[in-house]
Design a protein around this ligand. Structure first.
Ligand SMILES: [Fe+2]
Ligand SMILES: [Fe+2]
Length: 192
């Protein structure tokens, strides 16, 4: 694990490294709530932004060389491409072979419908780690103790609203993830 952290530090900015440490801490804290092992939560957290420091040009070259497939919305969008690239690096350079961990790394950028508990955990840890400071973050943090699905639903709503306000494309997976969480909340009778 120490070797991975040394390599990770070389690949991302100081600010990004501090964010990743925050996500590892949050993942650790959330593991019990999501009934996920701390080891798997930490492993997915360590790798989730491994590729975030790559330039767009490097991402495109890496993807071509390694035959990574992206849809039209993802292709050329660094925010959306870094998850799948990080998955590839974790799998091929570090022999991570736990499919749920790999999915959590890949899909932390958008979420998706029927996302696993570990996938939800990493998305939520990414939204609420202690260095995050954006309008509404404290509301999401407070919701975690009420219902973590409600917390993540609220976070996805915030992202979708923000992207619409900024005239940016919303990935369909994020809309599907939001709808999926709403169906879970409705089924459980949680007030939204
Ligand atoms: Fe990310
Ligand atoms: Fe992140």
């Amino acid at each position: 694990m120490e070797d991975i952290m040394i390599e990770l530090k070389k690949n991302v900015s100081e600010k990004r490294y501090i964010h990743i440490l925050g996500v590892i801490d949050s993942a650790d804290e959330l593991a019990e709530k999501f009934s996920v092992s701390k080891e798997r939560a930490r492993l997915a957290a360590i790798f989730h932004d491994y590729a975030k420091g790559m330039s767009k040009k490097n991402m495109l070259e890496f993807s071509k060389a390694n035959k990574l497939d992206f849809d039209d919305i993802e292709y050329g969008n660094k925010e959306l491409m870094h998850g799948k690239i990080a998955r590839h690096i974790a799998q091929n350079n570090y022999n991570v072979n736990d499919n749920d961990v790999l999915n959590a790394i890949e899909f932390h950028t958008t979420g998706r419908k029927k996302m696993s508990e570990l996938e939800k955990l990493i998305c939520l840890a990414d939204y609420i780690e202690k260095n995050r400071d954006y309008p509404g973050v404290d509301k999401i943090r407070n919701l975690v103790d009420i219902d973590y699905n409600l917390a993540l639903y609220t976070a996805f709503n915030g992202t979708i609203i923000h992207l619409i306000d900024e005239n940016k494309i919303v990935h369909t997976r994020t809309v599907e993830a939001r709808n999926y969480l709403l169906s879970i909340l409705n089924e459980k009778g949680v007030c939204v």
